[in-house]
Design a protein around this ligand. Structure first.
Ligand code: BMA
Length: 395
């Protein structure tokens, strides 16, 4: 009894949120769990943000596909709240980074059943040349209706639809935040600016959304749009965000990929000099999200190799926290932990681990252990600093 009382006091309940009216997602037939997830993204963003990691359960630095492992959890005591996955090479056994699709489905199910969120990007191979997503051969017009590769594109979409259909927990279809054709204002992917006309990119996005929601009755997706910060001119304000924007009826989440302002080796400005740009870029997506009544998210970020030991608290968290009224984002997702030089979340012996533990304790940062009921209308955010496992007993 005493222990239970103590636990209840130790928990800081950040928000026992009552259902409040939030806009519906762009799929008017979205499933109840998807509707709740969407509403809860708004609620989370008003209290802080969730932490996410690409391929978190699939592998980490010096391990591959080991049941129960996660560099994030082994370092900070909780799994991330958001998990990124990628469908590049769908239709084969393994994705472009050698993650088996049957494992991915199993992990997606585990995440949902623990109350976490799955988001999926798609580094689709070039449909004209057969090269990778980075092969710039013109291809967007060719896969649109009337184009010579349209049938092949439909076959790909069918494979993606089948994968989404298999994202189930018992009878429930697991809501997925789908983020196709990302960083499209850059020129490094075949669907990007310079390799595609803007009107064709827009047509591709709309066709894809309509195909899933109307033709295939895939009604458990939220759609995230995510241009890349490095190709935005912040002096141009909101205009710099919208290249390729397919319209408010086709986008649920106002995303941004921003590696540029947080320690990119390609940016000549130092991370200190870039701080105000990071703030501006996040204020920009928050403001656009408010105009459109949609949630905003930092859909990709990170410092490759994590060579700034206090990156998590100083480079990422402080600028967000110091601007609580003008920066509201539902989540932040860092990229994958493949090798020492290509990793973004610390593992226990990494020099940035103590800072990451501080980050995890911050009351505005939500990991999986800090969230209850993400797919219900009674979501609760809690923090139990330093004792994440005790929180589980209470809810
Ligand atoms: C990039 C790198 C690549 C990877 C791709 C898709 O940023 O991590 O190695 O193949 O993302 O995950």
């Amino acid at each position: 009894m005493r222990r239970t009382t103590f636990q209840a006091i130790a928990l800081i309940v950040i928000g026992a949120c009552n259902p409040s009216p939030h806009p519906a997602p762009v799929d008017l037939n979205a499933s109840p769990e998807t509707l709740n997830l969407y509403s809860n993204l708004f609620r989370v963003a008003s209290k802080g943000f969730m932490f996410g990691h690409e391929d978190d359960l699939a592998y980490g630095v010096r391990w591959w596909s080991e049941q129960g492992r996660s560099d994030v959890r082994e370092t900070a005591g909780s799994f991330p709240a958001v998990y990124g996955w990628d469908l590049g090479k769908i239709g084969t056994e393994m994705n472009l980074d050698s993650v088996r699709f049957d494992d991915m489905l199993r992990w997606i199910r585990q995440v949902y059943e623990r109350g976490g969120i799955n988001t999926i990007s798609w580094h689709m191979d070039n449909p004209v040349s057969g090269g990778s997503a980075w092969d710039k051969t013109a291809a967007v017009a060719a896969i649109l209706p009337g184009g010579e590769k349209h049938q092949e594109y439909l076959a790909k979409l069918d494979a993606v639809a089948e994968f989404f259909d298999q994202c189930r927990s018992h009878e429930v279809k697991i809501p997925i935040i789908f983020r196709p054709f990302h960083e499209h204002n850059g020129d490094w992917f075949w669907w990007g600016k310079g390799n595609s006309e803007e009107k064709d990119y827009i047509a591709l996005w709309r066709f894809t959304v309509d195909y899933f929601r109307n033709k295939k009755a895939i009604n458990h997706l939220l759609y995230a749009f995510s241009p890349d910060r490095s190709r935005m001119d912040l002096s141009k304000g909101k205009r710099s965000y919208f290249w390729g924007y397919p319209g408010d009826e086709y986008v649920d989440i106002i995303g941004l990929d921003n590696y540029w302002d947080v320690g990119s080796k390609y940016n000549r400005k130092s991370v200190e000099e870039s701080r105000s740009d990071l703030i501006k870029s996040l204020q920009l997506i928050t403001s656009i999200a408010r105009d459109k009544n949609k949630p905003a998210a930092l859909t990709e970020t990170g410092n490759e190799g994590l060579n700034i030991p206090n990156w998590y608290t100083r480079v990422l968290l402080q600028p967000i926290k110091e601007n609580p009224n003008t920066i509201q984002i539902a989540w932040v997702l860092v990229w994958r932990n493949r090798f020492e030089h290509h990793m973004y979340a610390p593992y226990p012996e990494h020099p940035a681990a103590p800072d990451f533990i501080q980050f995890r304790k911050d009351e505005s940062v939500f990991f999986e252990d800090d969230i209850r009921g993400m797919y219900s209308d009674k979501m609760v955010l809690v923090k139990n600093p330093g004792q994440p496992d005790q929180a589980k007993d209470v809810f």
